[in-house]
Unconditional design. Structure first.
Length: 359
């Protein structure tokens, strides 16, 4: 990944010019992933409006040819990260300024390359509503009792994906740099959902009066966990297993005696899958083997990002981007961002979704 000519560090201008030069006069990009890595990661170092401003002011030896390459680079940015050109008002304004300059210079071929008029709305990414806390424990128990494991797994996966896809690059960046959820409502909502599911699992088990009934609830949740694994929803799987592993449940020896050997075996396998042993090696292997729609254990990947951030400095010699760190961060962030756009075939009942949400 990247360019061997840049080495391990480069100024932002050097990075930008290298990325621009990776497009030929027909708009074809060379095989290097550096342009995508830089566009994904640029907000770690400067705002998008500042990067767009650098492009607007850039000059090359062959001015016309270089300007055309800049427009190809802008088009690539728009195609790869369209949400930025819908949500960032400053970036939208500068893109229109690009078009105006191209028009004034008579570059008609350049104008159509930087058209953002057909980008769909991403307004749903910035809406984080505050839900009223309504006690519906009775309905929640009724909901759990009457839904099949696959129905529960599918509706929980819909909720999880809805939360996960709203997390932006800057949300991840803020958490990694500051190490807290302050002023980060989207990520806070995602983590609250995870914790809420774990507590809900505990509540459903402990709400039953007899060991036999509690064992039946545990058995059903193990079946839900298996369906979640089939749906490749590892984050909710971790929440369910975590809830079942809580000390308030693990100490119920008589309840455990009512579990079948098969359920006990399945529970052990699910627990081993999401275990932190070997830096979550079992989960990482299983997750890597999955293709298509999948939801990661967010906490594991956040730890990966924090580890890289702690080990490597952002800058070298004050004004040079640490390319090694940029590439290491981009490996995790690129996957998280790409998974957010993966499509699913879930068809939830929205009444059930609303009831699950307040449960």
């Amino acid at each position: 990944m990247g360019s061997t000519t840049l080495g391990k560090a480069a100024t932002l201008d050097e990075l930008l010019n290298t990325c621009i030069d990776m497009f030929d006069d027909k708009g074809n990009r060379c095989s290097s992933q550096l342009p995508r890595t830089f566009l994904l990661m640029h907000r770690w170092y400067l705002p998008s409006t500042e990067l767009a401003g650098k492009l607007l002011d850039a000059n090359g030896e062959n001015c016309n040819e270089f300007r055309l390459k800049i427009c190809y680079f802008m088009r690539y940015w728009i195609l790869e990260f369209p949400a930025e050109f819908n949500l960032d008002l400053g970036l939208i304004r500068l893109t229109e300024e690009f078009r105006e300059v191209a028009s004034q210079l008579g570059y008609e071929d350049h104008i159509h390359l930087i058209d953002i008029s057909s980008i769909p709305s991403y307004d749903w990414m910035r809406r984080v509503t505050q839900r009223k806390r309504i006690s519906k424990k009775g309905k929640a128990c009724l909901l759990f009792d009457h839904l099949e494991p696959i129905e529960l797994a599918e509706h929980l996966t819909f909720l999880e994906h809805k939360s996960f896809r709203r997390i932006s690059f800057t949300d991840y960046q803020s958490y990694v740099i500051h190490g807290c959820l302050e002023n980060n409502p989207t990520l806070e909502r995602s983590i609250a959902l995870f914790n809420g599911i774990s507590k809900w699992v505990q509540l459903m088990v402990l709400s039953k009066p007899t060991p036999q009934q509690r064992a039946e609830v545990i058995t059903k949740f193990i079946n839900v966990a298996q369906k979640l694994l089939h749906l490749q929803n590892f984050n909710t799987l971790m929440a369910v297993v975590g809830g079942l592993s809580h000390s308030s449940i693990s100490r119920l020896k008589e309840t455990h005696s009512h579990l079948s050997s098969e359920v006990t075996k399945d529970w052990s396998e699910m627990t081993e899958l999401v275990s932190s042993n070997g830096n979550y090696c079992n989960y990482r292997k299983s997750f890597a083997d999955c293709v298509g729609f999948k939801i990661p254990i967010l906490g594991v990947h956040l730890k990966d990002l924090i580890a890289v951030h702690v080990i490597f400095p952002d800058w070298i010699d004050e004004n040079k981007v640490n390319i090694v760190k940029m590439q290491q961060l981009s490996i995790t962030l690129s996957e998280l961002v790409s998974l957010q756009t993966a499509s699913h075939h879930l068809e939830p009942n929205m009444d059930l979704i609303n009831l699950l949400t307040v449960s």
